[in-house]
Write a protein that binds this ligand. Sequence first.
Ligand code: FA5
Length: 354
Amino acid sequence: MRSKIQELKKMFDRQLQEAKDSPALEQMRVEFLGKKGNITGLMKELGKVPNEQKKEYGQMINSFKQQLTDQLEVARKELQKQEELMAVNSAEAYDESMPTDHPVGSYHPITLVQRELEEIFKSMGFDVEDYNEIVDDFHCFEALNIPKFHPARDMQDTYYLDTPNQLLKSHTSAAQNAIMIKYGKALKEEGRPIKAVFPGRCFRNEAIDACHENTFFQMEGIMIDKDISISNLIYFMKTMLSEVFERDVTVRLRPGFFPFVEPGFELDIQCLICGGEGCPSCKNSGWLELCPCGMIHPNVLRYGGINTEEEPYKYTGFAFGLGLTRLAMMKYGVKDIRVFNEYDLNALSQFISK
Ligand code: FA5
């Protein structure tokens, strides 16, 4: 009798482990505790045991029955909980084809302007590239003709990381070298001009005001081929601005110094907030520095593996570094640049793309 009970217990435990739903548990209850079940079978066998052992075995069978009843009850409750949870989950399952009353999100105005510009440049044959936010000294400065301790580094108060030689990208020009290397082979071997724009987040330790942030966006662009000149640069800048603003905007081009271009220019836009009269958005000058640009310095081309000598071909190119955040200010009439980083949903969700 004792060994029979042990055997049944093992069988019960094994089945209980495998029981995955309520019907399986019910089947076990019938098999072990039902009228014609195993416990009833044990009771019947009790009749055959000697009288002096009947009491002991009787108690053994009763406590075995109680044990199985308790175990089945615990398992039933557990399974019930799981089944309820599954029912809730499947009722709440996300169905993207269902209409919703929940308000949908909106794109950040800088994302909208960035995408619009990407489309404009793509339509003019430019590739769109992405680049890291953490870069090294070589890419951010040295490859751009700004050696260590060059005074031009002071123009960008840079965040250096604890990791040696790593810093937060202070301008999108930091990607120029990598883009030249990526597309240089096709330029040399297939004569395919390098035409790429690369938007990105930039970081500088700025004194923040209505037109300066410590975290802002730029969109860099380069074009390199045989015979690229300032006329090409001016053509692309004009086309880009007229497409973005869809109206006449007054711009001015003046000389600007950047060690990675020669000659270099500052392209300013007349402030669209005050119409040129002067306001905090343009630091009361009536003009906003928007898109410095110039002809890529031969040293920078050489760092990028691009030939600058007459043989076999002499390549030249232009580069520009558009202030994307400032462009968004002008396009949407946002008076203060800080609005873009303040995460005020009421302010940010009102912009829509064209
Ligand atoms: C540069 O960053 C150069 N790398 C641009 C360049 C590229 C020149 C290629 C020549 C050839 P600058 O520091 O002026 O230049 O920044 C470019 C533009 O980014 C500015 O005209 C402005 O529109 C924007 N910008 C710069 N600093 C900030 C800032 N703190 N907050 C918001 N926008 C900024």
